[in-house]
Design a protein around this ligand. Structure first.
Ligand code: 4NP
Length: 155
């Protein structure tokens, strides 16, 4: 099993959206049993909380299940458990390294560094633009799946 973890600041907007979207992508590609997906926060602010209304509304709009999405904080142990630890912005990737006690590592990746965009996913908690987040996270998730396919010889 390949383990993928999406990480953002609050684990209520961007990373749960990525978790749901990536899981949906796996289902459509027939890869559900091969990969396990989760998400976590670098802060403790929303432990146990459901996703933000904006994220829930976007997932509903695009007919993607939001089942099982609950806020939790990233732990040191997550570093060993997950094969890919995907931050939404540069602050996230720096905080992932701090929390897990690891300096930069190839498994810690900023999502849009896997695309031509090479930029942060803006935080919709502040921008209010969940549609933009959806577009960028979708593009990043497709690129991540291609990388994993190549690295693990999945067809
Ligand atoms: P996220 O967005 O990191 O995409 O989940 C945020 C969610 C909550 C807060 C900030 C950003 N907050 O300040 O509570």
């Amino acid at each position: 099993m390949i383990h993928v973890l999406f990480v953002c600041l609050g684990n209520i907007c961007r990373s749960p959206m990525a978790e749901a979207l990536f899981r949906d992508l796996l289902k459509k590609e027939g890869l559900t049993g091969k990969l396990a997906v989760d998400s976590a926060a670098t802060s403790s602010w929303h432990i146990g909380d459901p996703p933000h209304q904006g994220t829930l509304a976007i997932l509903k709009k695009y007919n993607i299940s939001s089942e099982g999405l609950v806020g939790r904080k990233l732990t040191k142990e997550d570093f060993e458990k997950f094969d890919y630890i995907i931050g939404m912005d540069e602050t996230n990737t720096k905080d992932i390294a701090k929390i897990t006690g690891r300096p930069s590592h190839p498994k810690i990746i900023r999502l849009l560094d896997l695309t031509e965009l090479k930029k942060d996913v803006p935080d919709p908690y502040y921008t209010g633009d969940f549609e933009e987040t959806y577009r960028l996270v979708s593009e990043g998730c497709r690129a991540l799946l291609e990388k994993i396919r190549k690295e693990h010889h999945l067809v």
